[in-house]
Design a protein around this ligand. Structure first.
Ligand SMILES: C[S@@+](CC[C@H](N)C(=O)[O-])C[C@H]1O[C@@H](n2cnc3c(N)ncnc32)[C@H](O)[C@@H]1O
Length: 404
């Protein structure tokens, strides 16, 4: 058995195991990516942990989260030579929190740690008012979670910290899955505030059961942007718990929310009540079918949000996904009245920005409408992308206006 490198006392480094990567793996790291696949490694320690990374000529490449059992065996933490010990990990977390503070986010629901882009690969921390939700996706970081939770408690004095350790990523890392309280207590629902163009928006999050960690925080700034254009009849397609609709309702005559999840719509209803909106209807349906019905009924809308789930989960899905995205955009553009504004999104990493805009253009041509682009965006500023790691650039968002 080999010892992981993180210790409280200095160790004789020469005796410690290292991860050796192939020339291809080394080039990938030198070019700016953080991941090395197992096929591009030459030698790995037996156990997951934080280890030094070297190329086949013994040149040092930095320190990484390493897991020999994972397909992504190496996730670089730093190119620096000094050991990445627990103090280093704590400092990374402090820096992530400091960065969010510097953004002056006018909301108490936001992302505190965005994994690779915050130098903490595989780790997500979301804040919902006085509750923090943690998702860890690497075996190497798992033993250090208690230290990281200590930092979260010190900085936020939260009521509770919840681990939502779910999904295929953890299974691939050989980690158990499940939801558990790491600190304090975590209620069923938490009320969160975010700033809209027409004042504050409040919504309830279910940290134990909600999708992702409870909410789609990456669209926070985009929701407020669409809210500034809200008027007339409005549609929120793939509404989840009403996130975009809550920004449309203050100015629209009427908003229809469409989602296939009964529980999401039940919460949407509560959220609308919480904000005093009575101009909303809730349609539990397959969005593809509902859009077809609205078109057949000759309906038209001044404001539309179209925010589907990731339709391309793998590269192989790409062709079908392109068709599905195009159908949704085509139908919404047909429903949009001239002068109307539509927000359209893809959160599939496999759909490139180029593919996304080509798809929208294709849809506009088939719908025989002319659109101008009012804004091209990605995720909110608390969800930065790391240059060189395309996997961190997943959200494409366009604000379109139909001109004729
Ligand atoms: C990306 S989320 C929407 C996020 C939301 N706009 C927000 O900002 O919080 C996608 C939503 O689509 C819903 N959904 C998935 N497939 C659907 C379908 N075929 N028809 C309608 N809704 C669907 C899911 O329940 C989920 O709420």
């Amino acid at each position: 058995m080999t010892e992981p490198i993180i210790t409280d006392t200095p160790t004789d480094e020469a005796r410690l195991p290292v991860a050796v990567v192939s020339p291809r793996g080394a080039s990938r790291l030198r070019e700016g990516h953080l991941w090395v696949y197992r096929s591009d490694t030459v030698e790995l320690p037996f156990e997951a942990g934080v280890y030094r990374v070297q190329d086949t000529r013994g040149r040092r490449l930095g320190w990484a989260l390493v897991n020999p059992a994972s397909e992504i065996s190496v996730r670089l933490l730093t190119r620096e030579d000094a050991p990445a010990d627990e103090a280093f990990l704590r400092a990374r977390l402090h820096a992530a929190i400091d960065f969010r503070e510097s953004l002056g986010i006018d909301a108490d629901g936001y992302r505190v740690v965005h994994a690779e882009a915050d130098g903490l690969p595989g780790l997500v921390v979301d804040r919902y008012a006085d509750v923090l939700v943690v998702q860890n996706g690497t075996a190497a970081l798992e033993p250090h979670l208690p230290a990281l939770v200590e930092v979260l408690v010190e900085r936020f004095s939260p009521r509770g910290v919840l681990a939502r350790h779910e999904g295929r990523v953890r299974t691939l890392e050989g980690l158990p899955t499940g939801t558990s309280v790491l600190y304090g207590d975590v209620p069923d629902t938490v009320e969160v505030r975010e700033r809209g163009t027409h004042g504050d928006v409040r919504y309830l999050v279910e940290p134990w059961r909600g999708q992702k960690t409870g909410s789609f925080l990456d669209q926070r700034e985009n929701r407020a942007l669409l809210g500034a254009h809200a008027r007339g009849e409005a549609l929120d397609v793939f509404s989840y718990h009403g996130s975009f609709g809550l920004h449309l309702a203050p100015r629209a005559r009427h908003v229809e929310l469409i989602d296939s999840s009964e529980s999401a719509l039940a919460r949407a209803r509560e959220n609308m009540l919480l904000n005093g909106h009575a101009n909303v209807t809730y349609t539990e349906a397959n969005a593809f079918d509902r859009l077809r019905e609205l078109e057949a009924a000759g309906r038209s809308y001044a404001t539309i949000s179209l925010d589907p789930p990731a339709l391309a989960k793998t590269r192989r899905d790409l062709q079908n996904a392109y068709g599905a995205y195009k159908e949704l955009n085509l139908r919404c553009l047909k429903l949009l009245e001239p002068g109307g504004v539509m927000a359209t999104t893809s959160c599939s990493f496999h759909v490139s920005e180029g593919d996304f805009y080509a798809m929208v253009q294709d849809a506009a041509a088939d719908a025989r409408v002319r659109v101008r682009v009012l804004a091209r965006r990605g995720g909110a500023s608390d969800h930065p992308e790391l240059l060189g790691v395309p996997e961190t650039r997943y959200l494409k968002f366009a604000l379109l206006q139909r001109t004729e």
